[in-house]
Write a protein that binds this ligand. Structure first.
Ligand code: IVH
Length: 703
């Protein structure tokens, strides 16, 4: 810290300095090294202690304090920054084959007048990050300014936004020369980008009209850095890698680029670990190949690798030509975004019945493979991007993420382009795999196939769920076996599971006689089950284990349940309109009913009983409102008792309210009940009702 007049007691000043250094160290371990050694709560405690000291002694505040990673004010525009040392670009080798590397080595050797007998050159091989170049200016070790590249001579002051990036140290560790400018790339990791877009899709699904999905990490990073509102920049998940220097005063730059990068690591700057010192043209080719093979598995996008002559002395001898260093080159990989034509939009059915629109493309080479399908995610997204058959679109395939259509190139839209996408219309309301009805629930973005048991696309998922421990509990029928059974064509639908024989099973991979016999025994034994288990095993959307138990208890028989109209379903405690509709839709599919009949035909059975009469329990399905204070029961106790007896407690009185339970000081709710003619009871009345409900429950056969 620079010397300055200070009124703070020496002890506070010393403690503040100590806290700052501790916090810097732990932030570095957390954000850069990704290996924290301090619990988050302890970090927060130290942080708050420093904040308190700084609040009490504002003269102790310094620009490099971790408390100063605060969000600044909205700007009218950016101030231009003239770079002390111009920010140059590098020559790009567009030949993506290894010949590109050979050509660079040959050129450098020629410039240095090296002959064939001279030793091979040493190079630093790095990744070419696909983001935005930034100059970080540290004075006396403290970050004082961050600027974009601009035209190379003059950039823009984006200090406020850059300060929100936790990976960028506000103070260099271990050195504080008068000037040290660090250059590097601001970028967004792929997982951060995907998460950002997932969140955006959710916001859009919730009706946020002004939100959009982002096209790619590069544009998103560039947009965030150039945001006038630093609060918005702070919400973008930006990362940073250092790779070079700008102006330097008072520090001896290491003699090799590799040593510079090592020194930067010591300064607490994030430097990509994926870097190597290689020797000669062969070394370059090897690096290009290795990284090429890894490219998809890297956590961020790269568009190539960069080779730099390692020795600084040789760099100086080589110098520059037309604003590009002769000692460096960017060697590209095939692009991860391409334009192509949409031939058709089809709809795919996922394992869970989710329907996804997919663009069928004029095949195009993207990110190293030929792509002819790209996801459009869902109907809303397709409409928002307004992707139509006949459109030219930008397709992105990066990493392990499935190829997606990121945008339409509207300038290329032909006059005879297709109409806006409408999923249900496109499918005539039917699942393209099994023909069952499709449905989209309120508040959901996805359409789904309702033929859960019957639909071939959902077969594996349905089987696994059916056999699960909490469903039919068929031991030995796990995901590997289900996979094999379906892929071998042995099991098409649930009932065929019960027709398997020993011979078929032992013919499968890794299936011994004993395991096969065990599975058959388990299948036979579990033909006898409970109604609740069977009902849960059907995998009806929204019908979990406990709802299945309620339904089984309430209806007592499968036939009564399958044929129950919505009103009857709604009478079951905890069954609301969404669940009731989902059950109705399921049984309205003749295919699902067929499967159930076949399951009964192969011998699945369970005890059934008479229905629990709605009249038998005077409270089930009834709505109660509590008001005023009851003499003996607390409000919570009363609520628990009502709910345990099958009633529902709501907050306000309406025509649908069945009973108002009123105690002392009952107010407007009581008046409203009287006005609407709703039955009003006191605590005694409630107790009588509870007793009647208990008697009815005792008389009814149990689930
Ligand atoms: S060195 C004088 N190293 O590529 C050399 N640049 O045209 C200065 N880039 O926009 C650049 N990764 O932001 C260098 N490992 C790397 C790089 C890299 C990406 C970008 C840089 C600039 C462009 C160079």
């Amino acid at each position: 810290m620079t010397a300055r007049r200070t009124d703070a007691p020496a002890a506070s000043a010393a403690r503040a300095a100590q806290l700052r250094s501790l916090l810097h160290e732990h932030a570095h371990r957390y954000y850069v090294l990704d290996s924290p050694t301090l619990p988050d709560a302890e970090y927060d405690r130290l942080f708050q202690e420093l904040q308190a000291i700084e609040a009490a002694h504002p003269e102790l505040l310094s620009a490099d304090s971790p408390t100063q990673r605060i969000i600044g004010k909205v700007l009218d525009g950016f101030t231009p920054v003239r770079h002390a040392v111009p920010m140059l670009s590098i020559r790009t080798e567009t030949d993506t084959e290894s010949s590109g590397a050979l050509a660079f080595d040959a050129r450098v050797r020629r410039e240095l007048e090296l002959g064939e007998s001279d030793a091979p050159l040493e190079y630093m091989a790095e990744l070419k990050f696909d983001g935005l170049a930034i100059n970080l200016r540290y004075e006396a070790g403290v970050l004082v300014q961050a600027a974009t590249r601009g035209d190379g001579e003059t950039g823009e002051d984006v200090t406020q936004n850059i300060r929100t990036i936790d990976q960028i140290p506000l103070r260099l560790r271990g050195l504080s020369p008068p000037v040290l400018e660090v250059r590097g790339e601001v970028y967004i990791r792929r997982d951060d980008f995907e998460a950002l877009n997932r969140r955006q899709r959710e916001l859009i699904a919730q009706g946020e009209k002004n939100e959009k999905t982002y096209i790619n990490p590069r544009n998103t990073a560039a947009g965030a850095v150039r945001q006038l509102d630093p609060a918005i920049a702070a919400r973008r998940p930006l990362s940073f890698f250092a790779y070079g220097l700008g102006e330097v005063q008072g520090w001896e730059v290491p003699a090799a680029h590799s040593l510079l990068l090592d020194a930067m690591v010591q300064m607490a700057l994030p430097v990509c670990a994926e870097r190597e010192v290689v020797v000669g043209a062969d070394g370059l080719v090897g690096f290009h190949r290795r990284i090429g093979a890894k490219r998809d598995h890297l956590p961020f996008d790269i568009d190539g690798v960069v080779y730099k002559v390692n020795s600084r002395a040789l760099q100086q001898r080589l110098g520059f030509v037309s604003r590009e260093p002769r000692w460096a080159v960017a060697h590209k990989y095939p692009a991860q975004e391409q334009m192509t034509l949409v031939r058709e939009i089809e709809v795919q059915v996922g394992r869970t019945g989710k329907l996804t629109p997919v663009a069928k493309l004029e095949p195009v080479f993207v990110g190293g493979t030929t792509v002819s399908n790209a996801t459009l995610h869902n109907e809303d997204e397709t409409r928002r991007k307004d992707v139509r058959v006949g459109d030219t679109v930008i397709v992105r395939r990066a990493g392990d993420v499935i190829p997606e259509v990121v945008a339409v190139v509207l300038e290329r839209r032909p006059a005879d382009v297709g109409t806006a996408f409408d999923l249900s219309q496109k499918l005539n309301g039917r699942c393209p795999v099994c023909g069952s009805a499709i449905a989209r629930e309120d508040g959901e973005v996805d359409w789904r196939c309702t033929g859960g048991l019957f639909c071939a696309a959902q077969r594996k998922q349905a089987l696994l769920h059916f056999a699960g421990r909490r469903a039919m509990d068929i031991e030995g029928l796990g995901d590997k076996l289900v996979e094999q059974l379906v892929d071998a064509g042995l099991v098409q639908t649930l009932p065929s599971l019960y027709k398997l024989d020993l011979e078929q099973l032992t013919a499968l991979d890794r299936m011994g006689e004993k395991s096969a016999a065990n599975l058959l025994a388990a299948l036979a034994a579990k033909r006898s089950t409970t109604f609740a288990r069977f009902l849960y095993a059907l995998g009806i959307r929204h019908v979990g284990e406990s709802t299945a138990k309620d339904l089984a208890g309430h209806f007592g028989s499968l036939d009564r349940f399958m044929n129950a109209p919505l009103e009857q379903l709604l009478r079951v405690p905890d069954v609301g309109p969404v669940i009731a509709q989902s059950i109705r839709t399921f049984f309205d599919q003749p295919h699902n009913r067929d499967v159930i009949e076949q399951l009964r035909a192969v011998g699945l059975h369970w005890p059934e009983h008479e229905p629990v009469q709605a009249t038998a329990s005077p409270m089930s399905g009834k709505t109660f409102v509590l008001t005023g204070s009851l003499p003996a029961l607390s409000r919570d106790q009363a609520k628990d008792l009502i709910e345990a007896a099958g009633g529902r407690v709501t907050a306000s009185v309406s025509k649908k309210t069945d009973f108002v339970i009123a105690g002392a000081q009952a107010g407007s709710k009581l008046e409203k009940a009287q006005a609407l003619g709703v039955e009003v009871l006191d605590e005694d009345g409630l107790r009588k009702l509870l007793a009647a409900a208990a008697a009815a429950a005792a008389a009814a056969p149990s689930a």
